[in-house]
Design a protein around this ligand. Structure first.
Ligand SMILES: CC(C)(COP(=O)(O)OP(=O)(O)OC[C@H]1O[C@@H](n2cnc3c(N)ncnc32)[C@H](O)[C@@H]1OP(=O)(O)O)[C@@H](O)C(=O)NCCC(=O)NCCS
Length: 197
């Protein structure tokens, strides 16, 4: 197969109709052996940053209750994942409880059917129930599907991070204010530094 055809194949995999009701489950440590290899494979396929297994364990061991998997209803294979954390952000005055969406990916064959939207909504609800003041993330400025998804869910662009990624691409920091009445939070966000996580 010519290289150009191969590239076309990689960019546009055949779309698969969602197989009925997907199973959405919260991550727990007992699932590590079954799903961590698939989680790493799914995320590393598209994201520009190479993460070691310790990065995955950093999130999943401490905040597995904020991470969700979308599974095929019959064979339970991994279709999508969202990985988050929730921490006090002490540099704000007063300190804010900040949720962070670290990784999000859906298998290419199942994109455009609401899987990522469902995963992100679950993560938002889980962080909101734990009294998060805000949820932040960074995404490449050229990642149109991700930008559209997050902005559709109410995230706002709080800062442009020039040449943020190892590949030299710039990013936007997006923020979802869960207590929009608190204008101090919005003001503080603009003062954040741009250090990658
Ligand atoms: C970004 C990414 C996670 C989006 O996943 P996805 O499952 O395709 O996202 P969704 O289906 O929820 O939303 C995408 C589109 O489907 C549409 N959609 C939502 N629910 C739908 C449904 N039930 N049926 C059909 N379409 C639906 C949405 O309107 C959206 O379209 P729009 O963005 O044009 O408005 C996916 O492209 C991906 O894994 N990319 C590589 C990794 C990546 O970039 N991660 C983000 C890093 S920050």
């Amino acid at each position: 197969m010519a290289a150009s055809e191969l590239a076309k194949d990689i960019e546009s995999p055949p779309k698969a109709k969602l197989p009925g009701e997907l199973k959405y489950i919260q991550y727990q440590h007992s699932l590590e052996a079954q799903y961590l290899p698939a989680i790493r494979a799914l995320i590393s396929k598209d994201l520009s940053e190479p993460y070691s297994i310790y990065v995955y364990r950093y999130f999943l061991c401490q905040w597995g209750h904020l991470c969700y998997l979308a599974l095929h209803p019959t064979d339970s294979s991994l279709i999508g994942v969202v990985i988050c954390k929730l921490e006090m952000h002490a540099s704000h005055s007063p300190p804010t409880l900040r949720g962070y969406i670290a990784m999000l990916a859906v298998s290419a064959a199942y994109r455009g059917q609401g899987v990522a939207t469902a995963l992100v909504k679950m993560a938002i609800d889980a962080m909101s129930e734990r009294n998060a003041d805000e949820i932040v993330l960074e995404t490449e400025e050229t990642n149109i599907p991700a930008m559209r998804l997050y902005e559709r869910l109410g995230f706002l662009r709080s800062k442009k991070l020039h040449r943020y990624y190892l590949n030299g691409n710039s990013a936007y920091r997006l923020v979802l204010l869960l207590r929009p009445a608190d204008t101090d939070i919005a003001a503080n966000l603009a003062l954040d530094d741009a250090t990658p996580p």
